[in-house]
Design a protein around this ligand. Structure first.
Ligand SMILES: Nc1ncnc2c1ncn2[C@@H]1O[C@H](COP(=O)(O)OP(=O)(O)OP(=O)(O)O)[C@@H](O)[C@H]1O
Ligand SMILES: [Mg+2]
Length: 237
């Protein structure tokens, strides 16, 4: 059992060693992350929680290769991130990671369907195949009837679900979701949590959420508590 544990630890999907992120605004420095170290194994279902401004989005952005730390080391699937070229980073991100942004980041001139197709088309998947896969993901999140609408013609919860379909469409190994249920009513939120748990259990997709939502926190085994950019006193409750 100990041998198994040790072997498993060596194969962490994500490893952060003493990661700090500092934003410089004129003469002030904002310490968004302070010396955060953690390991996430493949197949985990994890929530990052803590007050507004505690660094949850900053942590997800660093894990998701959207932002680089000011200091410290990030490893994803055994790749040392700071040793990779921009092209290699983009490829790793496209292949392995689905990201649901707190502000959705949908493209306003594209329909829901076109937004969800885009990551596949960027990978060179044919339009027809991309359309079929995108439609299937939109059905899964309950948005098929609205798939030809543009983001500005949708409610916040509908946009959030388009963002979720887009994050899932490329069958990522890792999904990073920043407040994925923040705009959803209880029933839709429950449906989304079930969908994520099913992907986690059946396909071993790793999920890391930033959330305040107890409806989501209740379903999560491992919780990382952030306070003022550090893993808080409650550690991993
Ligand atoms: N681009 C930026 N430039 C300057 N400061 C930033 C930037 N992004 C975040 N910050 C600051 O870093 C700190 C952590 O922000 P972050 O967005 O990670 O918090 P959060 O826990 O996600 O908050 P929320 O729950 O409100 O989404 C905050 O003090 C924030 O103001
Ligand atoms: Mg945030």
């Amino acid at each position: 059992m100990i041998v198994h544990d040790a072997a498993f630890r060596d194969l962490a999907l994500i490893e952060l060693n003493c990661v700090s992120k500092t934003y410089v605004l004129g003469s002030t420095e904002v310490h968004a992350l302070r010396e955060v170290s953690l390991k996430i194994e493949q197949g985990e279902f994890i929530a990052v929680w803590g007050p507004s401004g505690s660094g949850k989005s900053s942590l997800l952005n660093v894990i998701g290769l959207i932002d680089t730390p000011s200091s410290g080391e990030v490893l994803l699937a055994q790749h040392r991130i700071n040793e990779l070229s921009d092209d290699a980073l983009a490829e790793l991100r496209n292949e392995k990671i689905g990201f649901i942004f707190q502000s959705f980041n949908l493209i306003p001139v594209l329909s829901a369907l076109e937004n969800v197709m885009l990551p596949l088309q960027l990978r060179g998947v044919s339009e027809r195949q991309a359309r079929d896969k995108a439609r299937a993901r939109l059905v899964e999140v309950g948005l098929e009837p609205r798939m030809h609408a543009r983001p500005d013609e949708m409610s916040g919860g509908q946009r959030q679900r388009v963002a979720m379909a887009r994050a899932l469409v490329g069958d990522p190994e890792l999904v990073l979701a920043d407040e994925p249920t923040a705009n959803l009513d209880t029933e839709t939120s429950y449906h989304m949590v079930e969908l994520m748990r099913k992907l986690n259990e059946d396909d071993r997709v790793t999920f890391v959420f930033a959330t305040h939502d107890n409806r989501l926190l209740d379903h999560v085994k491992r919780k990382i508590h952030l306070v003022d950019g550090r893993i808080g006193a409650e550690g991993e409750a």
